[in-house]
Design a protein around this ligand. Sequence first.
Ligand code: SF4
Length: 462
Amino acid sequence: MEDLCTQPLTGPAACISERAGSVMTAGKSKSGIHCSDDSLAGAVSQRACVFCGARVVLNPVTDAVHLVHGPIGCATYTWDIRGSLSSGPEMYRNSFSTDMKERDVVFGGEKKLAACIDEIVEKYHPPAIFVYATCVTGMIGDDIIAVSKAARSRHGIDVIPVESSGFISGNKVVGYRAAALALMQLITPKDGETVAPTRDLNFLGEYNLGGETWLIKRYLKEMGIGINVAFTGDSTVAALKRAPGACLNLVQCTGSMHWVALQLEKTFGTPFMDINFFGAENTAESLRKIARFYNDPTITARTEALIEREMTRIRPVIKRYREKLAGKRAAIYVGGAYKAIAIIRQLRELGMEIVLTGTQTGNKEEYAEISSLLDENAIVVDDTNPAEIERFLLEMKVDVMAGGVKERVLAYKLGVGFVDHNHDRKECLAGFDGAVRFAKEVYLTTCTPVWKYTTGTFPGRT
Ligand code: SF4
């Protein structure tokens, strides 16, 4: 490993030489970025583990029990970390664990798991239980598939194994796939079951962190379109089982839900389209795309009226923030590429220069799109780490960073403004009002006078 302190702060160089292919300059790379791979051992990746990847996708199913089969430590990843909102059931806010101890590790935890499921069914009567494998249960070889199947026959409810042992990959995306398989198992009709077709659509890759599902539901209702079920924000087991009846699947978080959309198309013939409700321009484009699918003059007219009204309302506000923020330098590091692309567009609408962009889970095509949106000297990073973020924030003289909880402290410590666009935020950043809220947050953190008392003390900043 190279010593960070001996490297000159010029040009985009990875802090660890083995990561050289994962860092590039937007306008200069011929071969594209190295991505969609396991994290480099020892690199202190900002990613979470495979189990956490599965949990973020499934936990918003509000009336299901989420049972973590493993030591209690894994179960700390709960609703409090991914605070999606519910309009009804609150079961998902409980944290259930088999709390494996040394004895279970030595002699196996299957009996304990079966007993836990029985106890949960007796006390809480949930419509479904997701059983998550963790590192320990994967390593000792507990057969969660067999235990779940037996519990399903005993209790007559869905008991669905989620094969999410943390060690099976160094890439959180593998956890998304484990969750997707579990979802498909839940929603595929069993023998003799049928699902009635509907003109409503499914909204995939929306987790209702700050009420986004509800906001988009309001827009679509105004257009004359209903949401059949969102995957998985504010969803219930019964609503998810109606998913095969939808006439269209919208995909927002492509990293977690593209595969599910493909499966729904293959299995039930439902077409899908990518949309993005972060940013005013993205929202308008997405609403128009949906209206085109329905090809109904009334829906088209309502859509145009909605967009015109909302854009007229927010345009002057965005313009005021743009006057304050034009020319400021921004960095982005988020989980999914769809979100990075949306934030790039939003910051550009605010007249800002994006000098660094990265994601935890982007693929080659998504990075090509990111690069095409950036100035040629901007840095692009895949699956980065604190040392690289620190290096580039200082080297690129960043004024504000958009990221998640793991980047927040780093930015503040370096005297850089920070705007939260991740799991633990409470503000709705989607749609037209979300665009205004985001602009306000960027303005407040970038232009707060506090930085003039701190930035001079950090190396590399002026
Ligand atoms: S023990 Fe494994 S499954 Fe549990 S939180 Fe750690 S990496 Fe994830």
